[in-house]
Design a protein around this ligand. Structure first.
Ligand code: A2P
Length: 335
């Protein structure tokens, strides 16, 4: 499009919302007008964007009466359920960070490095995948294209920032030895690992685990891949780490796999174990890349591979991915 779009950030006061603003600013996203929206609680407060203060407005049924081309939503599933369709009816395209629309048939679920073509068939809502899924599928895509993937075993080590301010507070209070009641987790997170992210389902998996399984199928467009997952919250503030065990359909050479990763957009290989080089949560925090290391053969099965994958869950796992989708949308909007 030649004209600059009008954009809205819904949930502009939240953890992901404020990162939307940071990423839009860093990437110099073009805009004519930008509207900051949140709940009635923060209506009238201000947020700063590109050195200018913007008054936060309450999100209502009438928020999209004005012309808005693209809205980035991160204000919870309930808010997306109610307001994303209203925005879409008004001709706005919503990039939604909640899990509300991800598995809907007519809603594309997009990681721009993996399935940018799916943006084209959106009907007004595009879903941003779960944070742990995004970094995983970036790693899996070049392998699936070249060798075909038979089976995947995810084991995650997830940061507390993925659980919002309350989770961050639980870790802070625990590390400081404060005897405060827990705000988010059912057990202390400081000095602990909790194999419990989101609610437990009837099949014994957590909802987070099922999101990883279902979203992997949808994004890679292949339900035949066998996937299982164990997702764990660990006492880390930022960046999710994942051990991914993969069975490929075809034989491979390790050096070819390393080259594949090196040449794939968005991936940085950090794999020099002799010098203790491998991806670390502390290093990934604040960046937009997906880091891969500990690349080694799994000797226990035919065509088996083990990798260690780390990315900033609030940036590539949420805000940056959504802004990348919005950048691709710019190419499709009418003048
Ligand atoms: P508010 O600050 O007014 O509560 P986080 O994920 O960090 O908790 O942030 C959630 C974001 O979603 C915040 O910006 C919050 O706004 C916003 N939000 C929550 N509920 C609603 C709602 N019903 N309508 C609009 N925004 C909402």
């Amino acid at each position: 499009m030649k004209r600059k779009p009008n954009i809205a950030v819904v949930g502009a006061t939240g953890v992901v919302g404020t990162t939307f603003l940071k990423v839009l600013e860093e990437r110099n996203f073009p805009f004519e007008n930008i509207y900051m929206m949140a709940s009635a609680r923060s209506a009238g407060t201000t947020v700063t964007f590109k050195g200018k203060e913007y008054v936060v407005e309450e999100l209502t049924e009438h928020s999209f009466d004005k012309p808005i081309d693209i809205a980035l939503f991160s204000a919870g599933g309930g808010t997306s359920a109610k307001f994303a369709p209203i925005a879409a009816e008004h001709g706005c395209i919503v990039v939604d960070n909640s899990s509300q629309w991800r598995m809907e048939k007519d809603v594309p679920l997009v990681v721009p490095e993996v399935n940018p073509q799916d943006i084209g068939w959106n009907k007004g809502i595009i879903a941003n995948p779960n944070c742990s899924t995004i970094q995983a599928v970036v790693a899996l895509k070049p392998l699936h294209d070249k060798y075909g993937i038979k089976r995947v075993v995810y084991s995650t080590y997830q940061a507390v920032s993925g659980s919002g301010m309350k989770g961050i507070n639980d870790l802070k209070n625990g590390l400081e030895g404060k005897d405060e009641p827990l705000q988010k987790f059912p057990h202390p997170i400081a000095g602990n690992c909790l194999p419990h992210i989101d609610v437990f389902m009837e099949n014994g998996y957590t909802k987070e685990e099922m999101k990883m399984i279902n979203e992997t199928h949808k994004i890679l467009g292949d339900d035949s891949i066998k996937v299982t997952a164990t997702t764990v919250r660990v006492p880390v503030f930022d960046s999710h780490s994942e051990s991914i065990n993969i069975e490929l359909n075809k034989p491979f050479e390790l050096e070819d796999v390393v080259e594949l990763f090196k040449n794939f957009p968005g991936i940085v290989v950090q794999d020099d174990v002799e010098n203790n080089v491998y991806p670390l949560a502390l290093d990934a925090a604040g960046t937009d890349e997906v880091y891969i290391g500990r690349i080694r053969r799994d000797f226990s099965v035919e065509n088996g591979l083990n990798i260690w994958v780390v990315a900033d869950n609030i940036r590539k796992g949420a805000a940056t991915n959504a802004v990348q989708i919005a950048e691709k949308l710019l190419e499709t909007l009418p003048d």
